[in-house]
Design a protein around this ligand. Structure first.
Ligand code: NAI
Length: 457
């Protein structure tokens, strides 16, 4: 049994935990980072990175299939999942090596093992105890399922879906949120017949309704079937098929059922409740400074209520490290966190939806700029639009919503506009390069500032 003390002990080496460790070490703190699996967590090994590699392979498949649209003779001969997986795993392992190197070069003590928070600012790993002046809990999230819907065989979550041996021919995706539409997009590009079943009235229901409708239209064109407002009644499987039943009486037969009904906080079995942490619906309750109810104990990322995004985890981790080191960082504002869904076409947004803005402001103005007027989008053969939401005639832009191929890359400017509380005239005065898709953001601001160029105002 060993006892070790440090300025900071972190439980969980995913986006929130490792970002906190790296920043704290950079600020001169001694850091112990406890991780039971692989450094990098869900994002690197089972989430963001592998899924975006799959989406890139999907894009290449689309280009091969659709080359004729731009006069390039090409055909899609098929999907070699072994090849796709080896490309994807190569990307992950290179990043993983880089992260391991970074953590060790910054002098962070990595403890490999399952940690348990035992109170008194202490994390136990087996018989060893690590006590920090401060403790950060960063145990992340897991893929949820529904009561009575057991994961196994042909019923999978994203954990299994990222490394299938074969591309499925027929798939049902339960849940039309972020994970659901991203996998639906991948499998459709790989040639599958895809049906998305969503309980609420729209796909990506947390987005502005404008974005949901454009995505639904694009998915219809791609022949991805979306059953919205549908109630799932159950699923049964044999060796060869899975059959999904809806409350309407309809049954859908497929090779695979992906359950993508949300992620839950990974907070059980780590000693949290026993140590006296205040919990709510499984999440650790924190204040704006990410402090829990226990002195010197913080929680970051997916175990705290709010958006479950890797870059929110990074921001939380950095914030806590700086706070502990005696700096005075600004708290992470939830509405300023950019959101990107990487399906084809992509959906990207920051700030308030129009409906949220109307709840908060008396006078809300919006402008929608169609990518039909954007040269680069026409070159790329994508349709979509940019929508801006303005609070008051002379007020700032409080929401940016975009749909179209590659619009995720435009979120960088959009998040500056939102977070710097830019006025439409501020952005309209800036020159956007031609021909870029980014120009569409510039044009939308020109229109909102009352001087549209390639629109009818
Ligand atoms: P989600 O919350 O985005 O979507 C779950 C969807 O399932 C919702 O639309 C919900 O209405 C629906 N649903 C729930 N119960 C249902 C039922 N019984 N029948 C039919 N539909 C039902 O959760 P998701 O997609 O599982 O993703 C989990 C988290 O991971 C999200 O917070 C997401 O932000 C994050 N993530 C982010 C990505 C990104 O930033 N690109 C990529 C993938 C995940």
């Amino acid at each position: 049994m060993a006892e070790q003390t440090a300025d900071l002990v972190i439980l969980g080496g995913g986006s929130g935990g490792y970002a906190c460790a790296l920043r704290a070490a950079e600020l001169g703190l001694s850091v112990v980072l406890v991780e039971k699996d692989k450094l990098g967590g869900t994002c690197l090994h089972r989430g963001c990175i592998p899924t975006k590699a799959l989406l890139h392979a999907a894009e290449v498949a689309d280009h091969a299939r659709d080359g004729g649209r731009v006069g390039v003779r090409s055909t899609l001969d098929g999907i070699d999942m072994e090849g796709v997986n080896s490309y994807k795993d190569g990307v992950v392992s290179k990043l993983y090596k880089g992260l391991q190197g970074l953590v060790s070069s910054r002098g962070v003590t990595l403890v490999e093992g399952a940690g348990r928070f035992v109170g008194d600012r202490t994390v136990a790993v087996g018989d060893d105890r690590y006590t920090g002046t401060n403790v950060v809990l960063a145990t992340g999230s897991y893929a949820r399922t529904l009561d009575g819907l057991e994961i196994g065989g042909r019923i999978v979550t994203s954990d299994q879906a990222i490394s299938l041996d074969e591309a499925p021919q027929r798939v049902v995706v339960l849940g039309g949120g972020v994970i659901g539409v991203e996998f639906a997009s991948v499998w459709r590009s790989f040639g599958a017949d895809v049906t998305v079943v969503e309980a609420l009235g729209h796909l990506v229901p947390s987005e502005d309704e404008f974005a949901s409708k454009l995505l639904e239209r694009a998915f219809r064109r791609r022949k991805i079937k979306a059953k919205t407002g549908a109630t799932f009644a159950g699923a049964r499987q044999t060796d060869d098929t899975v059959t999904v039943a809806l409350e309407s009486g309809e049954e859908i037969e497929a090779d695979l059922l992906l359950v993508a009904v949300g992620r839950g906080p990974n907070t059980t079995g780590h000693g949290y409740t026993e140590a006296g942490l205040t919990m709510e619906r499984g999440f650790v309750v924190v204040d704006e400074q990410l402090r829990t109810n226990l002195d010197g104990v913080y929680a970051v990322g997916d175990i705290t209520p709010g958006l479950q995004l890797a870059h929110r985890g990074f921001a939380h981790g950095i914030f806590v490290a700086e706070r502990i080191a005696g700096l005075a960082p600004a708290p992470v504002a939830e509405a300023g966190i950019p959101r990107v869904t990487y399906c084809e076409p992509e959906v990207a947004s920051v700030g308030l939806t129009e409906a949220q803005a109307r709840e908060q402001h008396d006078d809300v103005r919006t402008v929608t700029y169609d990518l039909g007027g954007n040269g680069k989008s026409q070159i790329l053969q994508t349709s979509g639009a940019v929508k801006l939401v303005q609070a008051g005639e002379d007020g700032p832009v409080v929401g940016v919503h975009m749909v179209g191929s590659r619009v995720g890359e435009l979120i960088g400017e959009a998040q500056l506009v939102y977070n710097w509380e830019a006025l439409p005239t501020d952005v309209a005065a800036l020159i956007h390069a031609h021909p870029t898709q980014n120009e569409a953001l510039g044009e939308a601001h020109l229109a909102l500032a009352g001087k549209p160029l390639h629109t009818h105002g």
